[in-house]
Design a protein around this ligand. Structure first.
Ligand code: C2E
Ligand code: MG
Ligand code: MG
Ligand code: MG
Length: 276
């Protein structure tokens, strides 16, 4: 019996591996062409100011509209893009698209809306990044403080290069948020030296914040930490009203999550949030 199970396991493993590999190769080939084929899409998820209840910003979240497979989530192709280096052109496409959107919105009279852009570690370490962002800010004549960049603790570590990049970003006037805060196994000392504006509480702490005493303790501590350091704090993954009320009561600055809205396309943003 053990042998049979072992064998079955082995076969399953092999099949799975094979499928996994060809699937990955297929995706990589497709991903290379996704930009020129215009298959990448940005959705925007509202971030709500908990004091006023207004939507003051959106997080840009990428999707890949694959001709055969349909919408593929970034969780599936961003790691592949990181591995292959394709994240650089894809990331540039995102930055360009977001800056153009901010320009459109500014021209339409909505100049105090911000957009947050995710940067993965390899993008953040790419030498041309700050230059690329600056050029896009200038050509589109947008206000740099309407742009925020989200990086994870893993991307910054405690390195000199990261500090330099952050300082250069700050010179442009853009904001910097630490995404998935509290999940990165890093020391807190970077908060002392790195010019950071925002902490985003990871959704793994938010999901059961009202049921789990430890999640409650961690979330509360992150909010207090941000407040003491003079940073803005955002709760990610708020899925119900009770959680929203909790974060409002805690004086967490902003919240984002399915309770308020799923990520939506630009037409929906404009129709829903920009009506007078
Ligand atoms: P993230 O930056 O932490 O984004 C939050 C993720 O949580 C998004 O998933 C969002 O759709 C999802 N989410 C928002 N509210 C809720 C909620 O109430 N409940 C639940 N269960 N989930 C919620 P998404 O869009 O699949 O993105 C996943 C990750 O992919 C992002 O995590 C980010 O790390 C990465 N990503 C997305 N867009 C980009 C991009 O343009 N560039 C780069 N480098 N990475 C990106
Ligand atoms: Mg993010
Ligand atoms: Mg996050
Ligand atoms: Mg994440």
């Amino acid at each position: 019996q053990v042998k049979e199970r072992g064998k079955g396991h082995y076969q399953y493993y092999r099949k799975d591996m094979k499928k996994g590999t060809s699937q990955t190769m297929l995706l990589e080939t497709g991903l290379r062409k996704s930009i020129e084929r215009d298959e990448l899409v940005l959705l925007y998820q509202p971030q709500i100011d908990l004091l006023t209840g207004e939507t003051t910003s959106f997080e840009a979240l990428i999707r890949w509209n694959h001709p055969e497979l349909g919408f593929i989530s970034p969780g599936e192709f961003i790691p592949l893009a990181e591995e292959t280096g394709l994240i650089i052109p894809i990331g540039e496409w995102v930055i360009e698209k977001v800056c153009k959107k901010l320009r459109d919105w500014k021209e339409a009279g909505y100049s105090d809306i911000s957009i947050a852009v995710n940067l993965s570690p390899r993008q953040f370490q790419q030498p041309g990044l700050v230059n690329y962002i600056e050029r896009n800010i200038l050509t589109n004549k947008i206000d740099s403080n309407n742009l925020e960049f989200e990086i994870t603790e893993g991307a910054i570590q405690d390195s000199k290069e990261a500090l330099h990049t952050l300082a250069e970003l700050k010179k442009l006037g853009v904001k910097v948020a630490v995404d998935d805060f509290g999940t990165g196994y890093s020391s807190l000392s970077y908060l002392k030296y790195f010019p950071i504006d925002t902490l985003k509480i990871d959704q793994s702490f938010v999901r059961e914040v009202l049921q789990d005493k430890k999640d409650m303790a961690i979330t509360t501590t992150i909010i207090h930490l941000a407040q003491s350091l003079g940073l803005s704090v955002v709760a990610e993954g708020v899925e119900d009203e009770k959680q929203a009320i909790f974060f409002k009561k805690m004086k967490c600055d902003k919240a984002q999550g399915y309770f308020f809205s799923r990520p939506i396309n630009e037409e929906t943003v404009e129709a829903h949030y920009f009506k007078k």
